[in-house]
Design a protein around this ligand. Sequence first.
Ligand SMILES: [Zn+2]
Length: 346
Amino acid sequence: MSNSSRYDRQTRLPMIGQSGQQLIRDRRVAVLGCGALGTVAADILARAGVGYLRLIDRDVVEWTNLQRQSLFLEADAAAGRAKAEVACERLRLANSAIELEPIVADVSVDTIAAILDGIDLVIDAADNFAVRFLLNDYSLKHRIPWVHGGCVGTSGQVMFFTGQGKPCFRCLVPQMPPAAAIATCDTAGVLGSATHAIASLQATEALKWLSGHPEAVRRRVWSLDFWGNRSREVDFPPELCETCPACAHGELSFLEGGADETASEPQVLCGRQAVQLPAPPTTAVPLDILAKRWLDLGAVQSTKFFVRLTLPEQETLTVFRDGRTVIDGTDDIAKAKSLHARYVSG
Ligand SMILES: [Zn+2]
């Protein structure tokens, strides 16, 4: 058996065959988020032969990720490497015949067009509602399909959105829920096997569509509680679709109305002692200059995607190429701003 037989077991499936495999190879997919869902879905799609995969994540690998994010190893957490970069590196070893592009950036109203440029389908592996609402608007505007997945605790749900109109994500969730009302993996925990299952279901719906079988795609919301042994499929409530601001009334307020302001504000990063400061409006100092300037101040790490300074007091400042700074070791925004002023913008 040779390299050319790589997809043999997949092309034997009558619904895929050589023609379906060719369609899969010709498609460009973005995976939004390289966490528990994104790493698993990306792994399946890379091995299935999706010709171009763009992996997007703003974060670095942490020890708490290793329980479920199966592309990452201890060494990645120890070095705090960029998740998108590591994920692409691992997948390249699994399939050298496809193109993989890592993007280390925050998805915001300002960046989403560049991040999803030229993409045929998006896997939603985001960890927050702001990105999902923005993606929903983008999908409706550009008529791009996406596969929603979410998983917290031992439950999750999956849904395919065509981007061609009704129904859309806002038919289900009309307004952004208040942050305090949302259970996240950081607060509620999550079962690693549940995230693998949900990501696998997302990849399955994606492969149906990618291989030229939109008719096979599940049209209802599928919710599963893996621990409680419950599974249900629900139709979109027609009355909600009728009144949906996005797909019924064309109000793409997250994309066009600037409703997503989170990216331009400092944020305390959920579940860890860290603050993210947005890119400054003025031209930032080039990363290599920053790294040189820091040499006498502490341990300096330089990569293609960021430079990092670890101060003797243990705080670390990571300045990403897109201009964001993440300051670990504090959840005090004022303190983070003062460290930023002293070491980055000063
Ligand atoms: Zn809708």
